[in-house]
Design a protein around this ligand. Sequence first.
Ligand code: NAD
Length: 293
Amino acid sequence: MSGTNTVFNSIGVVGAGQMGAGIAQVLATFGMKVILQDVQPSALNRAQQSIEKSLQKLIEKGKVTELAPVVMERIRPTTSMEELGNVQLVIEAATENIETKKRIFQQLDDVLKESAIIGTNTSSISITELASVTERPEQVIGIHFMNPVPLMKLVEVICGQLTSEPTLEQTSMLLALIEKQMIRSKDFPGFIVNRILMPMINEAIYTLYEGVGSKEDIDRGMKLGTNQPMGPLELADFIGLDTCLAIMQVLHDGLGDSKYRPCPLLKNYVAAGLLGKKVGHGFYEYPSAKASQ
Ligand code: NAD
């Protein structure tokens, strides 16, 4: 699992939340140096703790053979965007908000070398639109990892209107190196996975909102009745309710069909700061997540 690849010796990850931390961990596990950037120093601290915890578990299970400090040593946390200047690839994994992402893309376009690729882990936002704020739209690509990144095999790859073949080739090469399975989606709102998953989660929230069943019965029904490993409300908490709402809004705006309207209960939970597992409260309570806040 050590770095055999020179093109991607050093990779930037922007946003050190659940996804950025997971992406940084996987890249470092495969021997790559990672510069992990976030505007919030507290997010960088939490990311380091969560990476260490996840690595310990994977080491105990024999899935990672190196010691945690050896892998952690490859991840350099920073709040400075300028430190990304020399990398060949940045994977942006900041909050699912188009304005935030556009600002980051503009900053990256300024600091990165000309040949560098900007990948984005967006769950739903148009790659073409994000690319349009840069001077390098042919070097912008969607690289949509699944949560939790160290365990989930799939990565959805999305080319924007102007994404070039070499950008796609380099992305495929990286994904092969880190042993992920790739599917291709066209640049449509929500791509493939969230176009299908998120309306199901939203419908589960409507089912709760309309009093059709309790949260426990909705989740047990879908787990035992449709063989899903997690119930949809539990999964929504795991993804983050703010992210779920943002994705529904992109589907609703982008596809223009009322069937994608976000459930009012989802909007209320987000407005109340009940964002799911990452903050300790969502449809369920997560005491250990609260303790690490
Ligand atoms: P999160 O809320 O856990 O983390 C987002 C991080 O972005 C925070 O640490 C925040 O400080 C940082 N951030 C915000 N603005 C920034 C800026 N200007 N510069 C640098 N960092 C900034 O969110 P997450 O769940 O990790 O999601 C991140 C991205 O990954 C989103 O685009 C989301 O849609 C996507 N995604 C999420 C999941 C999931 O299950 N949560 C799965 C696949 C993809």
